[in-house]
Design a protein. Structure first.
Length: 46
C-alpha cells in the first residue's frame, strides 16, 4: 500500500487524489479508521 500511495504522489493534483482513493479502497476494506493510511474521520475535531 505504501508503495502504491507513493506512486500516486508523482501524479498531477486530480489524478493524485483519484489514485490515492483507489489504493485506499483496495487495501482498507475492513480497516477504516484502524490504521493511519485508512483514516476517514478526524477525531481531533470532536
Amino acid at each position: 500500500m505504501a508503495r502504491e500511495l507513493a506512486a500516486c504522489e508523482t501524479k498531477d493534483f486530480f489524478s493524485r487524489i483519484v489514485c490515492g482513493e483507489r489504493v485506499r479502497w483496495k487495501y482498507c476494506r475492513d480497516d477504516w479508521d484502524r490504521v493511519p493510511q485508512c483514516r476517514v474521520s478526524d477525531k481531533s475535531r470532536e
